[in-house]
Design a binder for this molecule. Structure first.
Ligand SMILES: Cc1cc2nc3c(=O)[nH]c(=O)nc-3n(C[C@H](O)[C@H](O)[C@H](O)COP(=O)(O)OP(=O)(O)OC[C@H]3O[C@@H](n4cnc5c(N)ncnc54)[C@H](O)[C@@H]3O)c2cc1C
Length: 426
């Protein structure tokens, strides 16, 4: 049969990382530190994922000192806790960080197919401006956030909660021109402020009920911005859409842009100090909190997070973040009024990064093996970054020892982390 098209092979790498977001960057750097020849294949025109083009901050989730999350936080930090980091500087600093001889980055390259032999991925195929290309690799890491590589490798995929719904899609944006002499600094669900027209949180709820705000928006979260007079706004949300569907994703992009204007007008017309605000910028991409999760050798549950469970095969220690389930089916939180429950510090086990059907694949970031409710906690950037660091070390060690992630003794990953003075057991 005549071949319809040809796919040029662009070479061979020790570790191929699909997705260059927070967790992909951590994985790449950590595998590189182990001496591996690393490739990142990234769909966007720049690395960083939600950290840069996603316009998302602050980086949240508890982490241990000396982890890659600690390093990233310091690299990107401006002076205040819970302050938003500088998206523009992040683009420069992250690009600089990965500018190493043994790290190659292919941008504008979207992973579209895999070639597997038995239980191993041999090549990934990706689309570029010059048609389809492929690379060969020894160890592959899925850091796409959407589990694209795992899906293509025919791994077992989990999606949404029991009714098939996932957390809503959102676009975050920044406003400027806030009069700082008024007292409204930064507000979340838990921080109320009395205003001339009433309390802020009640004002949001009333505006949602009256239609001034979208029916899915009953809280407008404001984070202190990088510069005076700026606030990062986390409010818009579209429910009931599948972020992996082409039509749904486009619909979200259209509807969320309309919502930005509605939220902006609500703030401008109701909040003292916000009379002269302008929209400064926003994410280009639709923010996806949840899509595919990949079944692995261990499934993390919310019950164990709430119990602060510790694991012998710990690779991320003392992580914690609220079970933050933005309502898949309406406004606000899915399971609580106001603040969601906060687990004590918990462990992420290595087995949750090992998928069932592919021996040379590791899971990174928010797609690791866990339930819908557990994912709502560990999906945040600091924890995703710590997961990336550990799987990057695993991949690098596998290359050194000519072995596979499932055969590698977890104590060896733990030793590398301990040698970096990262606490794993106390
Ligand atoms: C609206 C919203 C608000 C949030 N707020 C916060 C917050 O305040 N603080 C916080 O810490 N976390 C927040 N999160 C969660 C957090 O941003 C993500 O869960 C986290 O970034 C996950 O990191 P990751 O590396 O797994 O994925 P991502 O950052 O999504 O990175 C995935 C990368 O893979 C690339 N990719 C995808 N498909 C392909 C493909 N086929 N081929 C090649 N590359 C591909 C993407 O372009 C991207 O660069 C928020 C999320 C959303 C959507």
């Amino acid at each position: 049969m005549k071949k319809l098209f040809s796919v040029e092979n662009l070479g061979s790498y020790d570790v191929v990382i699909c997705g260059g977001g927070a967790s992909g960057i951590a994985a790449a750097y950590s595998a590189y530190e182990q001496g591996a020849k690393v490739l990142i294949i990234e769909k966007a025109g720049i690395i960083g994922g939600n950290l840069t083009i996603g316009h998302i901050g602050p980086m949240m989730g508890e982490y241990e000192k000396n982890t890659f999350a600690d390093r990233l936080t310091k690299l990107l930090a401006e002076d205040k806790f819970l302050s938003v980091y500088d998206f523009e500087k992040a683009k420069i600093k992250l690009t600089e960080l990965l500018d190493k001889e043994n790290i190659t980055i292919f941008l504008n390259s979207s992973v579209t197919e895999v070639i597997k032999k038995g239980k191993k991925i041999k090549q990934v195929i990706f689309s570029t401006q010059n048609g389809l290309k492929s690379v060969s690799g020894k160890i592959f890491i899925d850091a796409t956030g959407d589990g694209v590589l795992s899906y293509l490798a025919k791994e077992k995929i989990m999606y949404g909660r029991e009714d098939g719904l996932v957390q809503p899609l959102s676009i975050m944006f920044t406003i400027c021109g806030v009069d700082e002499k008024q007292n409204l600094i930064c507000m979340h669900e838990e921080m109320d402020t009395p205003l001339k027209k009433g309390n802020y949180l009640q004002l949001c709820k009333d505006a949602c009920a009256s239609g001034e705000l979208p029916k899915t928006v009953n809280i407008v979260r404001l984070y202190a911005g990088l510069n005076k007079g700026e606030r990062l706004v986390n409010a818009t949300q579209e429910n009931g859409l599948n972020p992996l569907s082409l039509t749904d994703y486009t619909k979200a992009q259209v509807e969320l842009r309309k919502q930005i204007l509605q939220v902006f007008n609500f703030l401008k017309n109701n909040i003292e100090g916000f009379e002269n605000i302008k929209i400064k910028d926003s994410s280009d991409i639709v923010g996806v909190r949840e899509s595919r999760r990949v079944k692995g050798e261990y499934l993390i549950t919310s019950q164990e997070l709430m119990a602060g469970k510790k694991h012998k095969d710990v690779i991320v220690h003392n992580a914690s973040f609220a079970l933050d389930i933005h309502n898949p089916d309406g406004a606000g939180q899915a399971e609580s009024e106001g603040l969601p429950p906060q687990p004590p510090k918990y462990d992420i086990p290595y087995r949750a990064t090992l998928p069932l059907k592919t021996d040379n694949l590791l899971l990174s970031g928010r797609i690791i093996s866990g339930t819908h409710r557990a994912h709502a906690s560990y999906r945040v950037m600091n924890i995703a970054t710590c997961i990336g660091e550990a799987v990057g070390i695993s991949a690098g060690l596998c290359i050194k020892e000519n072995t596979l992630p499932k055969q590698l003794k977890v104590e060896k990953i733990q030793k590398v982390l301990l040698d970096k003075n990262i606490n794993l057991f106390n």
